[in-house]
Design a protein around this ligand. Structure first.
Ligand SMILES: Cc1ncc(COP(=O)(O)O)c(C=O)c1O
Length: 477
């Protein structure tokens, strides 16, 4: 049979041409985002339906046509998560060097699931995990995974905790987990996925700073034991998604140790603030916890697609995930193969997407960026306090600032602040979230984007003042 050149194998010239075309689209897009030509949020009237005219069929299409479809329907629509004026959710901006590493990893495609197939790739994953574990002060014996995000990392934490407790599935309905109203939904998703749907979920009230109330936690545990339930896992948080509250990890660890309960820390948002000297105390006792997750695609400014899970008793991951391979391997692993300690087998070379930017820019660059965000959030908080009529929420423990216009009447406040939120979104220069806290409607800004600087905050404050004045004039007294 004659050799047939596969149409899927592009020659070098074509690859260079295609790359330049993609690069052109990327640069054009980022010029629009950075030059504020694109608003941080905007939906086209067809809400993306136009992409449906670019169906997958037997015959290929022209790359220009394809890239234009992506540009028109995807890039120019919806949330510009990289935009400096996007303060919604937890969007870090996504550093270019990581995107570059993703391309390098994707096209060269090393298989980094096992030590045998790519020892350095495996070592690199462990280096990234060692770096995080070292900052958190974990003693030797930990293990971890780089995951696609925090939710997957949480699933691994719940799976490890379940493996750790010697309880038959018939007793799963006697297990109790302790979280708060502000615990991220991924924790409940993880319980469900790990087969722990029947587990009792205790919502521990929070204190005035929206942190888990440790005294009540302890009382609930004692009561559950008395009722012959099995306290199983505490889900604490460093940086709740809505408020950014940081639980008192040390005091929770005291309770967890006293009763022998697995303590998990969700530091998906807050985790990399460990780099900021001033916030180090938040992390003093993380080393006493059983598991932690951190999201580089939040407070390490990486593009979406990166979570990290670390468990103190690393060996537990082998009991969860080590199974006989269908293939015979010949080489002795000098470092543990990710496949033996992770749910994934074939996976992208994520470690490169984290290691390369850290090597290129140095850790100090990330620290400075985090310090800047922290300063900006505090500046925003102080400035909002000074605007007549505005009331701020809790002092930002990290970089989330909550506020509202205060008429003195809570029912009216809720209506006015909803209107104000709509006015901000309609104006389009900024995109922010809102949240209900203690039955009150708050506007929420999260300053986490690498591109948001002091001038952006100032611009936001003047836009807010202008829109509030307009709104009050329209609504009347
Ligand atoms: C505190 C917290 N934990 C977990 C998650 C889930 O992480 P991911 O979206 O990466 O799955 C989020 C997401 O926003 C979060 O804010």
């Amino acid at each position: 049979m004659a050799d047939v050149q596969s149409e899927l194998e592009l020659d070098e010239n074509t690859r260079r041409l295609y790359l330049s075309k993609v690069n052109e689209i990327v640069e054009e897009h980022m010029r629009s985002v950075e030059g504020n030509k694109l608003k941080p949020y905007g939906l086209k009237s067809d809400k993306g339906a136009g992409i449906r005219n670019n169906g997958i069929d037997e015959h290929g299409a022209d790359l220009d046509e394809i890239l234009n479809a992506v540009k028109d329907h995807v890039l120019h629509d919806g949330l510009q998560s990289n935009h400096s004026n996007n303060f919604a959710y937890l969007c870090p901006g996504g550093v270019f060097s990581s995107a570059l590493a993703s391309y390098l990893a994707a096209y060269t495609n090393p298989y980094v699931g096992s030590f045998e197939t790519n020892p350095a790739g495996v070592r690199m994953e462990h280096m990234v995990i060692d770096w995080v574990a070292g900052m958190m002060g974990f003693p030797a014996g930990y293990a971890g995974n780089i995951t696609p995000g925090g939710s997957n990392a949480t699933l691994l934490a719940v799976t490890a905790a379940r493996e750790n407790i010697n309880v038959r599935c018939g007793d799963y309905n006697r297990l109790v987990v302790y979280i708060t109203d502000w615990t991220h939904q991924c924790f409940r998703k993880a319980l469900f996925t790990a087969g722990l749907k029947e587990t009792v979920i205790r919502k521990v009230p929070v204190d005035a700073e929206y942190r888990m109330d440790v005294k009540i936690l302890k009382a609930l545990i004692a009561q559950d034991i008395e009722e012959e339930l099995i306290p199983f896992m505490i889900g604490s948080t460093i940086g709740t998604a809505v408020i950014g509250a940081v639980d008192a990890i040390g005091r929770i660890a005291d309770v967890a140790n006293e009763y022998g309960i697995w303590l998990h820390v969700d530091a998906a948002y807050g985790g990399f603030f460990v780099l900021v000297e001033e916030l180090k105390d938040y992390f003093n006792d993380v080393c006493r916890c059983d598991s932690i997750i951190v999201d580089p695609h939040k407070s390490l400014f990486m593009p979406f697609g990166y979570g990290i899970f670390i468990v103190k008793k690393g060996k537990i991951l082998q009991s969860c995930f080590r199974h006989d391979s269908l293939f015979v391997t010949t080489m002795q692993d000098e470092e543990e193969s990710p496949v033996n300690i992770s749910i994934e087998r074939t996976k992208p070379f994520r470690a490169l997407g984290l290691w390369l930017p850290l090597r290129l820019h140095g850790v100090a660059a990330f620290r400075r960026c985090l310090e800047e965000k922290l300063c900006l959030a505090r500046y925003m908080y102080r400035s909002l306090k000074e605007i007549p009529g505005f009331r701020v929420g809790p002092y930002p423990q990290l970089t989330i600032v909550l506020f509202k216009y205060d008429t003195g009447n809570e029912t009216r406040n809720n209506d006015i602040n909803r209107e104000l939120h709509n006015a901000i979104l309609k104006d389009g220069h900024f995109y922010i979230s809102s949240a209900i806290i203690d039955n009150n409607f708050f506007l929420r800004t999260c300053i986490l984007n690498s591109r948001s600087h002091r001038n952006v905050i100032d611009e936001f404050l003047s836009t807010l003042k202008k829109l509030t004045t307009c709104l009050l004039q329209t609504l009347g007294p």
